[in-house]
Design a protein around this ligand. Structure first.
Ligand code: SF4
Length: 374
């Protein structure tokens, strides 16, 4: 091999190493994560193992699994008080049973893998605050040094006492879904929602956090940009800054059909993840045979079924049940069903319908973050 060829090969290797290992690891270890996690040798080894296994799987196109995922999404409940038209929980199209996470099963899971986890996200389908034990779940994970994030539609933080209890739990980040700056635009999508109640909860949390001089939870507004609210972006930034929100994430919406696309998607192409002028719903860009969630961030549904990600709304791709005595979390995580699914993604992701309608791994962003001064 000539010197030029050798240097091309080694710079290619360096670029693959950077893109497939260094960048994902750096993204994973965000600033807030560094401060929110109690770092131990076991956690450090696990995050390196999981990320390296992911990079090697991508390189050799065969699934390699080491350690456990450093992040877990855990669903407190799939019951919701709202009727959002494109959400399977709200529009009634969800076919899996409704229920709430069992406290003992949750504690057993955290006891088994929590010492290796960096972060848990306490939500999936449904409204987490409907679960009466949500704050206990947060406390239990925080006591074990895990970063905890949850997400809410903002209808259940109704008193100062509830807000104080939540802040004292040690919650690291709280995401509020708010897709409007007035009752009309808000309820166009958040059907059954009460705009004033959400505003009250949001201002209450921000005020009490200030009174308690607590740096956490970081308050994030999540605004799905639709045709009917796209003109409110500037107003939302001003309003959020005034009440003490830390950041806003403007996200493009997921749709399933052309009529939904026509009814809801905005004109601004930055907030539309789909091709325009097609008869079906088609994500922009070429889907990579790849998905980092299968190595770093799967979902435990309320009943213990392990799904590859939050797009698996009905647990159609459940890989096993991590609450069953006869199967450990690691057995399901490394089991045949999950490995087969990973193999499929590494070879032909487009063959799985839910993975065709998913932005994971695409170069263009589907969320724009605006950080606000505190
Ligand atoms: S739907 Fe997306 S995130 Fe889920 S497994 Fe498929 S590619 Fe990954």
């Amino acid at each position: 091999m000539s010197t030029t060829q050798t240097s091309v090969v080694s710079s290619l290797r360096a670029s693959v190493w950077r893109r497939w290992f260094v960048v994902p690891l750096r993204t994973l270890l965000s600033n807030s994560m560094i401060h929110a996690v109690r770092w131990t040798p076991i956690r450090i080894v696990n995050v390196f193992q999981a990320t390296l296994a992911m990079a090697l799987s991508r390189l050799f196109r065969r699934p390699i699994i080491w350690g456990v995922p450093p992040m877990l999404m855990i669903e407190p409940t799939n019951i919701c008080n709202l009727k959002c038209p494109m959400c399977p929980s709200g529009n009634g199209s969800m076919t899996r049973p409704r229920g709430r996470l069992d406290r003992t099963a949750y504690q057993r899971l955290i006891d088994a893998v929590g010492h290796r986890l960096l972060q848990i996200q306490l939500w999936n389908q449904g409204e987490p605050f409907i679960h009466p034990r949500l704050v206990d779940f947060i406390r239990y994970a925080k006591a074990r040094g895990i970063m905890v994030i949850t997400s809410t539609n903002g209808h259940f933080i109704r008193t100062d006492e509830a807000a104080r209890e939540l802040i004292q739990s040690g919650l690291d980040q709280l995401i509020f879904s708010l897709d409007g700056t007035n009752p009309e635009t808000y309820t166009r999508y958040r059907v059954g929602g009460n705009f004033q109640r959400v505003m009250d909860a949001l201002t209450r949390i921000a005020r009490i956090r200030r009174e308690m001089r607590s740096p956490t939870p970081i308050i994030e507004l999540q605004f799905l940009v639709f045709r009917h609210n796209q003109h409110e972006i500037d107003a939302l930034i001003q309003f959020a800054e005034a009440i003490g929100v830390d950041r806003i994430s403007f996200k493009s919406a997921q749709v399933y059909t052309q009529p939904q696309a026509q009814a809801y998607l905005p004109d601004d192409p930055r907030f539309n993840r789909y091709e325009t002028g097609t008869t079906d719903v088609r994500i922009k860009g070429r889907l990579p045979n790849w998905c980092k969630r299968l190595w770093l961030n799967p979902v435990v549904n309320w009943d213990g079924t392990l799904s590859p990600c939050c797009f698996d709304k009905d647990a159609d791709w459940a890989m096993g049940n991590v609450f069953r005595e006869e199967q450990t979390f690691s057995e399901v995580w490394r089991g045949q069903a999950f490995q087969r699914f990973r193999w499929h993604i590494l070879h032909r992701r487009a063959g799985i319908p839910m993975c065709r309608n998913c932005t994971e791994g695409l170069p263009q962003p589907y969320a724009y973050i605006v950080n606000l001064p505190r």
